[in-house]
Design a protein around this ligand. Structure first.
Ligand SMILES: Nc1nc2c(ncn2[C@@H]2O[C@H](COP(=O)(O)OP(=O)(O)OP(=O)(O)O)[C@@H](O)[C@H]2O)c(=O)[nH]1
Length: 215
């Protein structure tokens, strides 16, 4: 649950949600599944992507046709994806403020981090709520490794649950261990390839963040 003071720190600005996690866990695919769902719910939305030295993820989202291309900004992070979301989030803050200025009434900015390790986390100066995406193909021992991202995010997503039978992952056990190491904080399972479980992610963001800011 986001800190109430932080959630109300920008009463006139957009709510900001971070999406982090290891390389290839499905962050961009999750973004591509979230965007049409929020737009369908009438949310005034924009996106920021972080890449090392390219704008590949931003181009992918712009080309998708899911959202007006001018609502997608790219931040190039250089060698350190975590610096841009944690130690010095200036570039991301500037990008989010630019989107707020460009689109009056902007309600939500989704900020995808570059792929990083299990220790990556978001600065609460940058986001009001953050999601960490791991995937079953990375191994069912990931929750037991107690990475900072897994432990401290507002919502942990175990993605690619469709692949569990092919990589010998015991899905219920992986989910149970994830809930255990997080002391019962939220864990959801998704198949972002086809969108299974993504409605629950939208519900969680709406309930924990958008609704909380509107009351
Ligand atoms: N089978 C399956 N494949 C998935 C799922 N989610 C994503 N993928 C695939 O996994 C690959 C990586 O997904 P991305 O969304 O690019 O991963 P990412 O975390 O954004 O990657 P980086 O930005 O490089 O860190 C792509 O080929 C996706 O199509 C899923 O739930 N199931």
């Amino acid at each position: 649950m986001p800190d109430q003071d932080l959630a109300s720190a920008r009463p006139l600005g957009s709510a900001r949600v971070g999406i982090g996690g290891p390389v290839g866990s499905g962050k961009t695919r999750l973004l591509e599944q979230l965007v049409p769902r929020f737009i369908e719910r009438g949310i005034n939305l924009a996106v920021i992507t972080n890449d090392l030295v390219t704008q590949e993820d931003a181009e992918r989202v712009r080309r998708s046709g899911l959202i007006a291309p001018e609502r997608v900004l790219a931040v190039e992070t250089g060698a350190c994806p975590h610096t841009a979301i944690r130690e010095d989030p200036t570039l991301n803050l500037q990008a989010a403020d630019e989107l707020d200025a460009r689109f009056p009434g902007l309600e939500l900015v989704l900020i995808e981090s570059g792929g990083d390790n299990l220790a990556s986390s978001f600065s609460l100066d940058l986001v009001d709520y953050w999601i960490f995406v791991i995937d079953v193909a990375g191994g069912d021992d990931i929750p037991r490794k107690r990475g900072l991202g897994v432990l401290s995010c507002d919502l942990l997503i175990i993605n690619k649950f469709d692949l569990a039978p092919y990589v010998n992952v015991n899905l219920p056990r992986m989910a149970e261990e994830a809930v255990q190491v997080r002391n019962g904080r939220p864990v959801l399972m998704t198949n972002c390839a086809i969108g299974d479980g993504v409605d629950q992610v939208v519900d969680a963001i709406t309930r924990e963040l958008l609704f909380a800011r509107s009351v």
